[in-house]
Design a protein around this ligand. Structure first.
Ligand SMILES: CC(C)(COP(=O)(O)OP(=O)(O)OC[C@H]1O[C@@H](n2cnc3c(N)ncnc32)[C@H](O)[C@@H]1OP(=O)(O)O)[C@@H](O)C(=O)NCCC(=O)NCCS
Length: 152
């Protein structure tokens, strides 16, 4: 199902055949370690909230959302291939995720981001998120996270 379009690709729901590409993007873009079975568990928990960006011959980004509470959504994992960042793919994926969450009756969304991840923090601020607090020693290497939040 296409969920959004641009001139060089479109957002659609994750499919099992995308798994290896998603694992490659995770390895290259995110510093935490995630197993394929965790990724598939997240997909099964809320399939509509796992959205990929399809360039027709490959997948170049993805976002995974979850329900944090009855009213709050959470972005769990989000990345775009390095060479394609800054071209609007992230914004399209986030917009589709917010649409899914709003359609499910959620009214706020939260996420955690490394305090030194300046590109991502700038991206989230541009897209209406605010820093709520600092989570000390949040990651496995004991680095800190910002908790960011947005009303949708
Ligand atoms: C956060 C992330 C998903 C955003 O995806 P993206 O496709 O780069 O996002 P967009 O292109 O929609 O927007 C990025 C903004 O930065 C600007 N930008 C320009 N060059 C850029 C570059 N090389 N890298 C990132 N952003 C750039 C864009 O112009 C855009 O600004 P605008 O909205 O004013 O046009 C992406 O940076 C990423 O994968 N980061 C690594 C993984 C990560 O940190 N994930 C988040 C963990 S919480």
């Amino acid at each position: 199902m296409a969920a959004g379009n641009s001139f060089f690709g479109y957002a659609r729901g994750f499919e099992i055949r995308d798994s290896e590409t998603i694992m490659d993007i995770i390895k290259c873009s995110l510093s935490e370690y995630y197993t394929k079975s965790l990724i598939l568990d997240l997909y099964r928990a809320w399939p509509q909230a796992f959205i990929v960006y399809d360039n027709f011959d490959s997948v170049s980004g993805f976002i995974i959302g979850a329900k944090y509470s009855g009213t709050e959504g959470r972005i769990l994992l989000f990345a775009v291939k390095k060479e394609l960042r800054g071209s609007g793919i992230g914004k399209m994926l986030l917009t589709q995720e917010l649409n899914v969450m709003m359609g499910s009756g959620l009214s706020t969304i939260r996420l955690e981001v490394r305090t030194d991840n300046e590109d991502a923090i700038r991206f989230y601020k541009k897209n209406g998120f605010s820093i709520i607090s600092t989570l000390k020693n949040y990651y496995s290497d004991l680095s800190d996270a910002y908790l960011m939040w947005k009303i949708i």
